[in-house]
Design a protein around this ligand. Structure first.
Ligand code: SF4
Length: 492
């Protein structure tokens, strides 16, 4: 059993004049500026479309201040344009694997909190984790997952590293070939540098920690000071420690709805991205913006769920998309299908076939799932249904995990993303991995939609010879035939 890290001072070296990179006064001042002119908004949008570094706070605040419906439409269109420019029409799908709901923290909004005496506690063994991965890779068809635990001595870095090795070792038969989880991302507590090195050695994809709220006072109210999570700075500087441990693929997020002043959280996320860019030359790989959902055993005011309306949500997604133009953007199954449809054109990833009960993928339809969930899901559709809908909307589902395995991470991927070049590899790999999934898992209906989409993608690739020279197309065609013949994991 590991012990929870002592939150020693690990941030002093990163302070500027004794201050954190979250400058409350500067962010608040930026938010109080008057609404910008249309000309200024268009100038900001044009800069965002250049896909360089994250926008300064005053630009993000200016976009957030726009209320004019016509100008807002321009913002939404620009957000979709940026997404297209950097990531093309692909959407990556994944599933969360909830491995344990033991937690020493007492976050007021979470069903896993230690004070929730009604929660049924459970931690998966390695055999159970293997069964979950087999269900995801063999029955549903996922290739990537995010491994999630509460914060507890029994589920520290050693447990997570062993789980990752267990998951990577899974290889299960499918309709045409075999399934595997090729990328394991981790969402867990902030760790020490030695613990983060353990995750790195075990092959972590993206290391994800959400600050929840960047507002210090609110943070202190929601996270009791006698718990590890009560230390705002220990959490705020976790990605600095991740870089120190050699992990250069990190993910940020905030839990929207905790703070009635949700615009502050948008500025906090962008300030965090700018700090990582300035300090390490690499911004976040992804940004998440989960919205508060009801959960058993929480103790938030009843109206907290109304702090961010659907209209606010669409706006914050668009402004984040534009403010950190190179970053992947994750919309989750917390949201209802209609909300996801509104924003998916600005996003790069979503989860699907999601189950958040502990052991819920491998055990029959979770008889006790409601007792073990951290929150309530808004979109419970199957991966097959989600992929069919994405195809209807013109998005190709990508199961590509090659960037990480070919060394396209960190500084390398940032350069490709900013130059709009990563999309080229991705387009080819999306076609190949989508073909795999259609053959192994799709219903007849989704397969027909998917094949029509693949045809269109290949025609587009052939037509864009400046991006895809004839020799590349030849390799694509060769890989494609081999995949149809049952080979797997061929990628650019
Ligand atoms: S939000 Fe995370 S740290 Fe807080 S109680 Fe829930 S599982 Fe624990």
């Amino acid at each position: 059993m590991q012990t929870i890290a002592v939150n020693a001072d690990t941030y002093s070296d990163y302070l500027k004049d004794g201050k954190d990179f979250i400058d409350d006064a500067a962010l608040t001042a930026a938010l109080s500026a008057p609404a910008p002119s249309a000309a200024r908004v268009r100038e900001i949008l044009a800069r965002s479309l250049e896909v360089s570094e994250a926008l300064p706070p005053e630009d993000t605040a200016a976009l957030l201040a726009v209320e004019d419906p016509a100008l807002l439409e321009e913002i939404y269109q620009a957000a979709r344009d940026v997404k297209r420019k950097v990531y093309d029409n692909r959407v990556i799908t994944f599933a969360p694997l909830y491995a344990s709901n033991y937690c020493v923290n007492n976050c007021q909004y979470c069903g896993f909190r230690t004070g929730n005496s009604g929660a049924v506690r459970r931690k998966l063994s390695m055999d159970e984790i293997r069964a979950e991965a087999e269900a995801l890779a063999g029955r549903i068809g996922h290739k990537r997952l995010i491994f999630v635990t509460g914060e507890h001595p029994s589920t520290g870095a050693a447990y997570i590293a062993e789980a990752m090795k267990t998951i990577y070792a899974v290889k299960v038969p499918t309709r045409r070939s075999f399934g595997q989880i090729r990328r394991v991302n981790v969402n867990a507590a902030p760790m020490t540098v030695p613990d983060l090195k353990l995750l790195k050695e075990a092959g972590v994809g993206t290391y994800q920690v959400f600050q929840e709220t960047y507002d210090r006072e609110l943070y202190a109210r929601l996270h009791p000071g006698n718990t590890p999570k009560g230390d705002y700075r220990w959490r705020l500087y976790v990605m600095h420690r991740a870089f120190a441990a050699g992990i250069d693929d990190v993910a940020l997020g905030a839990l929207f709805g905790l703070n009635p002043d949700w615009k502050f959280e948008v500025l906090g996320l962008v300030a965090h991205a700018r700090e990582l860019e300035a300090r390490f030359g690499i911004g976040p790989h992804t940004i998440s913006f989960p919205r508060l959902e009801s959960a058993d055993g929480t103790s938030l005011p009843a109206d907290s769920l109304e702090n961010v309306s659907d209209a606010d949500f669409k706006k914050l997604v668009a402004v984040l998309r534009l403010s950190v133009p190179y970053a992947g953007m994750i919309v989750t199954a917390r949201e209802r299908p209609e909300t996801i449809r509104e924003v998916i054109g600005m996003c790069t990833q979503r989860d699907a076939s999601t189950r958040i009960g502990i052991g819920a993928y491998s055990e029959r339809a979770g008889a006790q799932e409601a007792e073990k969930q951290q929150f309530i899901l808004g979109d419970t559709r199957s991966l097959d249904e989600v992929i069919g809908e994405l195809a209807d909307l013109g998005h190709i589902t990508s199961f590509c995990t090659s960037g990480y395995r070919c060394g396209r991470t960190g500084d390398h991927i940032m350069k490709l993303l900013k130059a709009g070049k990563e999309g080229r590899f991705c387009k080819l790999n999306a076609v190949l991995t989508f073909r795999e999934w259609l053959d192994d898992f799709a219903s007849d209906k989704t397969k027909a939609k998917g094949e029509a989409l693949i045809k269109k993608e290949i025609a587009e690739i052939r037509a864009r010879s400046a991006h895809f020279p004839p020799e590349t197309v030849k390799v694509l065609e060769a890989y494609y035939s081999r995949i149809e013949g049952g080979e797997r994991d061929l990628c650019f």
